[in-house]
Design a protein around this ligand. Sequence first.
Ligand SMILES: [Zn+2]
Length: 325
Amino acid sequence: MSKVKYYYDSETLSYKKIERRKGRRLGIIALSIVGSFLAGFILLVIYLNIPQIETPKEKALKRELKNMKLQYGLLNKKMDQIQDVLANIEDRDNNIYRLYFEANPIPEEQRKAGFGGVNRYKNLEGFDNSKLIVETTKRMDILTKQIVVQSKSLDEIAKLAKAKEKLLSAIPAIQPVKNEDLSRIASGYGWRTDPFTKVRKFHYGMDFTAPRRTPVYATGDGRVIRADNRSTGYGNHIRIDHGFGYTTLYGHLYKYNVRRGQKVKRGDIIGFVGSTGRSEGPHLHYEVFKDDKRINPINFYYGNLSPEEFDKVLEKAQQENQSLD
Ligand SMILES: [Zn+2]
């Protein structure tokens, strides 16, 4: 309830009500509203212009942010180092390991491919340090992928190496008769005089002259596919399938030391020198087949001969003489 005010009118000698004018009152209200806005604005301008005073919490947060940036920098440096080491491994992988095992090198783009499609880094965007964090995360992702690719490549190499190891132990790589047991190498692969007909004829194997009962060795790992005398001229003979297209034949044996179907390792004694079949005297007739074609066995003795010994064998084997068949 507003107070009613009066004034004394000396003319009428009576009290009269003071009538307040409405317009004036509204003016005062408006003025005070404008006034307080103005005051507020001035205070805000002053506040924004005086140097910021940091609260301890703000100080701690700033320190933490600085430290985080520093740590990200260190992480990136470490990634540089990992990148260098990985580049070195990749280089050896492409240019030595994969080359050696005849695998195609893995192209750079495939090794360093990022992740296409959806933006994997969307949740990292929209912050002051987004660029730093997104870049670092991207690098980390690419590094991880590179390591996975490299690891798969090494698995492949290990498999190839295993196969190569098998191939290396399968290839007929040694002489079937020990050098010290040899009387002489009677005849090599090539044109020779037939001991019986005295006609020039291609001799498809190598003859090793040695006393009867001298051990004959399997020249590579494999399986005995024949051990019989049902092949014309060879007498008691053994054939070993080495896989990878290689087969070896050992002829004119005195005795077998293996049976058909038996698995043999390089160096196992498979039989003994004899003179069965079309043979002029005790010797081993030895043949090497690659993909069913007879090839010169001389190229395979690197397994147990020194270079000097090999030269001697080569010289003897190349002499065009009479074979023992
Ligand atoms: Zn022969």
